[in-house]
Design a protein around this ligand. Sequence first.
Ligand code: MN
Length: 230
Amino acid sequence: MSSSGHSPGFSTGCAPEAARIGAPKRPVNRKTVPMARTATVTRTTKETSIEVRLDLDGSGASHISTGIPFYDHMLEQLARHGGFDLEIAATGDLHIDTHHTVEDVALAVGEALRTALGDKAGVRRFASGLYPLDEALVEVALDLSGRPHVEWNVPMPECLPLGTPPFDPSLAEHAVSSLATNAQITLHVNLKSGRNVHHIIEATFKGLARCLRDAVRVESTGVPSTKGTL
Ligand SMILES: [Mn+2]
């Protein structure tokens, strides 16, 4: 039996001073209270107005409206294959072109990812894979490193912009790198093969989603870094 004074069998009629002052009125078992990994990001500039809600531990449900149908289609892939719940409501200066809206939505989603991940306690951290879509094959590897770094090796075949308003294929790199930069992840994307631009971009978003799903999975305790922080 310990002589610390905490044992209920060791009655002195009075608990030690430090134990009485520091003790919570209703003890909480932290292990039974899961941390919500969610974020809400509002981003407003003269070019765009964006609201993003993200739940990393969702069901893949999404409600996405950017005003750019092809981009909505890609962001739905992110939610579905990431296992996230994702809501995005964006309005932007589409009368100029789709560039600002694509970029700012990606920045907001990246910020939501970074915020929802918190201190990254227990996360798997690394993920990679090969993702096919018909003839297209894309390799994605990422690290929730806390250091934004993007290697994009996806030579896009000549292609007309996709959808109306148009999503120019060159915006795929801008979207993915903006997201990764604000999420503070290290990301490599390599096109292994592919001819259809829709397929190449969609395989990229699906691969990014699947890697994020794997990397954010909580599989232990503590921060997975010898530095002690990510
Ligand atoms: Mn598609």
